[in-house]
Design a protein around this ligand. Structure first.
Ligand SMILES: C[S@@+](CC[C@H](N)C(=O)[O-])C[C@H]1O[C@@H](n2cnc3c(N)ncnc32)[C@H](O)[C@@H]1O
Length: 207
């Protein structure tokens, strides 16, 4: 069985499952598997989902946090409404977007998750560098909004800048791991960093 064929079969499997279980993306299963393994989202949590469209990660988060929690999704692309999820339309590199999310949050976050991907150019190192840029913004955002002890999950396209970024995350959290969920394995160069126990003690930023 070739790697490409395996990857195609896996994509089809999760695509069908997502349709059947009414999730908006195959990616929903990546977050589901991350949560099962690392226990990062709980009932009552306040979760920010960066790069939320079409909404699979927000659906999963909303199911877990329930009515006592809060989920805010943000994306440059529109997202069809999801019950229990608030949405901010905008670029995460833009201060205005950050301000809107913080206003909606009205306090600190328990978890920041980012599945943001750049527009794929097909050039491996360009796509890697663009992915790292988005990850830097996601980390900056997490540092502004997370409570002490909070968690951060971020997708990175692997490449030569990965170790430096991983070390940066390590400086901010007590436990940091790189993980490739079953739902994405054999498909691409993506890896998820799961960081728990935010060290920062500064109060959440009010903009
Ligand atoms: C792989 S998709 C996310 C899928 C989502 N997790 C789900 O389960 O449905 C990546 C998303 O990142 C968004 N994105 C890329 N750059 C962004 C930016 N600068 N600000 C906000 N969102 C961005 C894209 O618009 C895209 O919707």
């Amino acid at each position: 069985m070739t790697r490409r064929w395996q990857s195609k079969r896996k994509k089809e499997y999760y695509y069908r499952l997502a349709k059947k279980e009414k999730y908006r993306s195959r990616a929903a299963y990546k977050l589901k598997q991350i949560i099962e393994k690392f226990d990062v989202i709980h009932t009552g949590d306040r979760v920010i989902d960066l790069g939320a469209s079409p909404g699979g990660w927000s659906q999963i988060s909303s199911e877990i946090v329930g009515a006592t929690g809060k989920v805010i999704g943000a994306d440059i692309k529109r997202m069809r409404p999801i019950e229990g999820v608030e949405f901010v339309l905008g670029d995460i590199r833009d201060d205005k977007t950050i301000k809107s999310i913080i206003e909606k949050l009205g306090g600190s976050a328990d978890v920041v998750i980012s599945d943001m991907s750049p527009n794929i150019s097909g050039n491996y190192s360009t796509d890697h560098a663009r992915s790292i840029e988005l990850c830097e913004y996601a980390l900056g955002f997490a540092k502004k909004t997370l409570r002490e002890g909070g968690s951060f999950v971020v997708k990175v396209f692997e490449g030569d800048l990965y170790p430096e970024y991983f070390d940066k995350v390590k400086r901010e959290f007590r436990s940091v791991k790189g993980h490739s969920p079953k739902a994405s394995r054999a498909s691409s160069s993506e890896i998820y960093i799961i960081a728990k126990g935010f060290i920062g003690t500064q109060p959440p930023l009010v903009m």
